[in-house]
Design a protein around this ligand. Structure first.
Ligand SMILES: O=C(CO)COP(=O)(O)O
Length: 142
């Protein structure tokens, strides 16, 4: 089972909710995670079950980053606000850096998210199942 995380800054939350609603039939087949408020908004508007971490400014990006560090997260949709400074900018940069360390597909805008969800639907993420299969026992996701 692949692990997918949703994160959206405040002015991007509506876009995220609309996007996840449109692809609910795809996302319902995966293990879903989010930062606190993003997940709440999505769950209020869909029937998806999402494991919510802390809100971003309180450490949610770092909690998701921990799963990226152990190569458990398979796909992240992170709708950043490119026009507003965030108090937890270092956490955001750290999360994206770890995605590059592990080579995790991460969409930071809706156009990329759309293309990657099409790929997900087609089964193009199957290589991630192999990553999990050959990971050391100690890093196997639950
Ligand atoms: O700030 C965020 C990501 O950096 C998102 O956090 P929330 O989903 O809790 O608003």
């Amino acid at each position: 089972m692949l692990h997918i995380a949703f994160i959206a800054h405040d002015r991007k939350k509506e876009e995220m909710v609309n996007f996840v609603t449109a692809y609910e039939h795809v996302f319902k087949n995966f293990q879903l995670y989010s930062t606190g408020t993003t997940g709440l908004r999505i769950m209020e508007n869909t029937s998806l079950q999402i494991h919510r971490f802390m809100s971003g400014p309180l450490g949610g990006d770092q909690q998701i980053g921990a799963l990226v560090a152990e190569n458990t997260m398979d796909f992240i949709i992170f709708l950043r606000d490119p026009l507003m400074a965030q108090p937890h900018e270092p956490d955001i940069i750290a999360l994206l850096r770890l995605c590059d360390v592990q080579g995790i597909p991460v969409a930071t805008n809706i156009a990329t998210a759309e293309l990657l969800v099409k790929a997900l639907e087609r089964g193009d993420f199957a290589w991630r199942e192999l990553v999990h299969k050959y990971k050391p026992e100690s890093l196997q996701p639950e």
